[in-house]
Design a protein around this ligand. Structure first.
Ligand code: PMP
Length: 417
């Protein structure tokens, strides 16, 4: 007799029987509006017919060939399709299974390409759970506590978290860029610094959009010092923020882009993209892995990219995101406990605070649990756990957003009134 480990922290008691689009049907007979999408993964909704069909078809052809042993068609096609959406110049791609692996691979590439050891990350960033990825993660001590010694060569700079500092965005950006310059003077010299690594929207760290001016400031410094800009688009990419890539809200372009999650609607695959010139600074055989770029996952990835394009899902994410934030923003004025409602596209965070502005994790947790009872699945995030996040599928309809707003309002009222 075995049972699931107590190391896991279950966000909801729901056991899924089957799921379709924005809906999860539980074994308890209840229908849940899913605003978690498996942590931002089921981009085209649960079991989109074209994704199901592509995967089904591929399972009957070849499941696994290992792409550095025998190449397969789905991966070549996915690479071609990614070429249509990747920023100009990022014309070379390789694959892994998860976000964490892809982040590690990108960091390795950055170190190989520059010959420099250090990586600068930004406070609140989440990059994964393996030892290197956890070393780069500052979204909460739970991700690295008990894991020491961590990977060396990681330095953390402040993130322009305007709400937390009680500043306007420009003041926060100016401060964070000044502190970054100071870090490059005081702790990690530019000639020792391989990369800046940042998410276009902090995900697990609190659903905080990175201000465009900050990304632009990083790009300018990266160019000035020969440092690479690594963008972790694992959660914010593939249409989620209302642009195909989260960084496209600014003018900054990455040197290395990391994507996963929404890329294949639930099949595990991640990709690392850079210019051929940059990739050529590493050596053949330095990247790879048994399952990375799996044929069924790649086929599902192709179908996902087709569906995102054919169904206009990036635009839908933008419009439905505006509807969602528009519906929830009034809660900020109604309840003192709601300090901030923010987001980009379908990546929305509601931050709960005490009267003195400090994090109110208890209320956030109570609201998150109340949403399940009201038929809406949500998650919390942020180092203090005081942000409730909503991550609907990109196929979410206007009616489903209205229903989600209604259920979220009812959940907040249930906890706070
Ligand atoms: N980077 C970001 C921005 C993420 O959101 C995540 C997952 N939450 C990861 C990396 C790690 O991805 P995975 O869980 O697939 O290893």
């Amino acid at each position: 007799m075995s049972s699931l480990s107590p190391l896991l922290k279950q966000a909801t008691p729901v056991i899924v029987d089957h799921a379709k689009g924005s809906w999860i049907h539980g074994t308890d007979g209840q229908d849940y509006l899913d605003f978690t999408t498996g942590i931002g993964v089921t981009s085209t909704g649960h079991c989109h017919p074209r994704v199901v069909e592509a995967a089904r078809e591929q399972v009957g052809r070849v499941i696994h060939a290992q792409y550095t042993t025998v190449m397969h068609r789905p991966l070549l096609e996915l690479t071609e399709k990614l070429g249509e959406v990747l920023p100009t110049g990022l014309d070379s791609v390789f694959y892994a299974n998860s976000g964490s692996e892809a982040v590690e691979a990108a960091v390795r590439l950055a170190r190989m390409a520059t010959g420099r050891p250090n990586i600068v990350v930004f406070q609140g960033g989440f990059h994964g759970r393996t030892v290197a990825a956890a070393s780069l993660t500052t979204a909460g001590t739970k991700f690295s506590a008990g894991f020491a010694p961590l990977m060396a060569g990681v330095h953390m700079a402040p993130f322009p978290y305007a709400f937390r500092y009680g500043w306007d965005e420009q003041t926060a950006v100016d401060f964070a860029l000044r502190e970054l310059d100071y870090l490059l003077l005081s702790r990690t010299a530019p000639h020792d610094t391989a990369a800046f690594l940042i998410e276009p929207v902090l995900g697990d760290g609190g659903y905080l959009p990175t201000p465009p001016a900050f990304l632009d400031g990083l790009r300018e410094r990266a160019d000035r010092h020969g440092i690479l800009l690594l963008l972790d688009e694992v959660q914010a990419g593939c249409g989620r923020t209302g642009r195909f890539w989260g960084h496209q809200h600014s003018t900054a372009l990455p040197d290395i882009l990391i994507t996963a999650k929404g890329l294949a609607s639930g099949f595990p695959i991640s990709a690392i993209a850079a210019s051929t010139a940059l990739m050529s600074k590493g050596w053949p055989g330095s990247q790879g892995g048994t399952y990375g770029g799996n044929a069924v996952a790649a086929a599902a990835g192709c179908a996902t990219l087709d569906v995102i394009r054919d169904e206009g899902l990036v635009e839908n994410a933008r419009l439905r995101g505006e509807q969602l934030i528009g519906g929830l923003k009034p809660l900020q004025g109604k309840y003192a406990e709601i300090g901030d409602v923010r987001g980009l596209g379908l990546m929305l965070g509601i931050e709960f605070v005490h009267a003195d502005g400090s994090a109110d994790a208890e209320t956030a947790a109570a609201v998150q649990q109340a949403t399940t009872r009201h038929g809406l699945l949500s998650l919390t995030c942020g180092p203090a756990g005081n942000v409730v996040r909503l991550i609907p599928a990109l196929v979410v309809t206007a009616d489903e957003i209205d229903l989600g707003i209604e259920r979220f309002q009812a959940s907040v009222a249930h906890v706070l009134e």
